[in-house]
Design a protein around this ligand. Sequence first.
Ligand code: F0G
Length: 410
Amino acid sequence: MEHFIKCISCGGEFGGNKVIYSCPNCGGLLEIGYDFESICERLGKSDWTSRPLSVWRYREFLPIGPLIEPITLGEGGTSLHRCQRLGERIGISRLRVKNEGENPTGSFKDRGMAVGITKALELGKRWVACASTGNTSASLAAYAAKAGIRRTVLVPKGGVAYGKIAQAIAHGAEIVEVEGNFDEALRLIIELAVRIPELYLMNSVNPYRLEGQKTLAFELFDQLGGRVPDCVVVPVGNAGNISAIWKGFRELEASGLLDPPLPRMIGIQAEGAAPIVKAFKSGSDAIDPIEEPATVATAIRIGRPASWKKALRAVRESGGLMEAVSDEEILLAQRLLAAEEGIFVEPASASSIAGLMKLRQSGEISGEEEVVCVATGHGLKDPEVIVESFKGPLSLQDFLLSIRAMAKAA
Ligand code: F0G
């Protein structure tokens, strides 16, 4: 698809297919732009409505040339669950959860990685890398394996959940441990990618990767029969995903498929890693980075989110808001979603549910609003969190005694 690269700060425009990770003029964040008239024309001529729900159903909206075969593991097309029981408990009559844990490597990152790795091949790159709190590295490793190219991941020492490291190892990534947190690892890999042209960076400062993630908005629109919910609640870490989802809604509108109002974008961070929430609440136009972010939700343990500016823009433009939740609230929400609805998510994902509970209580979200919470990653990625807080199984003897007591009482 014809496209260009645009700076969100100075508005500078650059040709498509350039390998740049920030604006050459002002250092601002980049995004991909399109001519929506030509998208509409292509949509009119294509069979897109008969394609299955998947990232590639929306190929006309993706910055990938017609000649390249997508690198795919079956990403997208995730379920949108109606959550009646949890909704009743929270006081939301129309609650749905989009379960991104159903993606091939168990997180939403696969949407972006499928497009990013396909782009890498289109550009002739044979080496991809990222910094990661775990899910990006698992996804990069799998898609680069499928593409047959070199893969390197930088992870913060001791800061990545067990299951995610196992994935990166299994998919043959070169794993580099960084003394320091995610922010430090990201700074390092960006520096390396700028210096080493062979190394193609897959973090969300690469605007091509984020394009895959906007397809979540398209899927919501399709799964709800051509309309959108009132609110979309999204966990926020490095802040790429909420920005991408908002871009998706805006593009549906720009192509004439969707009329306003668009959903309110609600971003949730963990209390110990919430610089964007702070900026939002104080009405500031800049974040004050957190040097030592801390939360049980390791996936979003990020103090200097790269895409904060895009996220603030998404939340403000959409009339949404940002909220922070405590570790306790996150773990409670994780339990509730698993025990009431059968959906097991990792702590970072549960922050969207925790945030919704808090905002419903404070009245910032009303019980009548139709809400979709994005559950970003599978619970099996971080089993330790659950097992650690488990009081332990019953002994067989205690179990049999309890049955005997039941029989006596009956
Ligand atoms: N939820 C999960 C499960 C994540 O892995 C991440 C980010 C987020 C939410 C936040 O998304 O960064 O786009 O705001 N994980 C990244 C990683 C940082 O390296 O896997 P975001």
